[in-house]
Design a protein around this ligand. Structure first.
Ligand SMILES: [Zn+2]
Length: 203
């Protein structure tokens, strides 16, 4: 039974106990607000912040983690019929490069849900000033390495939703840093979760 591991960590900053779900690879100390990534059973600091619930909803608010992937995207060329409009670079539809903050779900959901919520949050960037909250957050299912792949997937999803057909595209995504953002969700009667920032349901 060596593969079952329940780990009891203490926060290196304030000595509080940290609850860690099996498979969680990031922990957040709700006492002092510091976050840590578990790398080879060691705690490595990572910035963790939270979004404020903006939309009313029923039931308890629970926080679920996203990776905030701060990137520089450069579209080198694309073979497309007709014009295209970019949603990625701060409203400048002619831009082909710039900083993009990708919102990448870190908790388990279907790939279709990840595409929808990841694209909408990335296009709208609705959490300009995340804050420290004294709340619990667990459920890290997608690792930082997964986040890099999902970032690319979200980028391509945003491109593919344009009216014209993007036949081929040549691009570079340079990742500058990755932080963690807790997004508030409501648990719905149908067992889906709906976020309290943009109101998108995931399953
Ligand atoms: Zn602490």
């Amino acid at each position: 039974m060596e593969d079952f591991k329940l780990i009891a960590f203490k926060c290196p900053t304030c000595d509080s106990g940290l609850g860690v779900e099996v498979n969680d690879n990031v922990v957040y100390c709700s006492s002092c607000g510091n976050g840590f990534e578990i790398v080879d059973d060691k705690l490595v600091p990572i910035e963790v912040n939270f979004a404020k619930p903006l939309l009313p909803g029923q039931g308890e608010v629970i926080y679920r983690p996203f990776w905030l992937v701060n990137s520089y995207v450069k579209i080198n060329s694309r073979d497309a019929t007709g014009g295209w409009v970019s949603n990625l670079f701060g409203g400048n539809s002619n831009a082909t490069e710039g900083n993009v903050l990708f919102y990448v779900p870190a908790f388990w959901m279907t790939i279709e849900s990840a595409k929808i919520i990841g694209s909408q949050f990335t296009i709208k960037n609705p959490v300009a000033s995340p804050q420290k909250y004294n709340v619990k957050m667990t459920g890290f299912n997608f690792s930082k390495d997964d986040a890099k792949k999902i970032t690319e997937f979200i980028f391509l999803s945003i491109e593919a939703e344009k009216k014209d057909t993007v036949r081929s595209i040549d691009y570079d995504i340079k990742i500058n840093n990755i932080q963690v953002l807790g997004i508030p969700f409501y648990k719905m009667p149908n067992n889906r979760y709906k976020d309290a920032v943009l109101g998108i349901e995931v399953q």
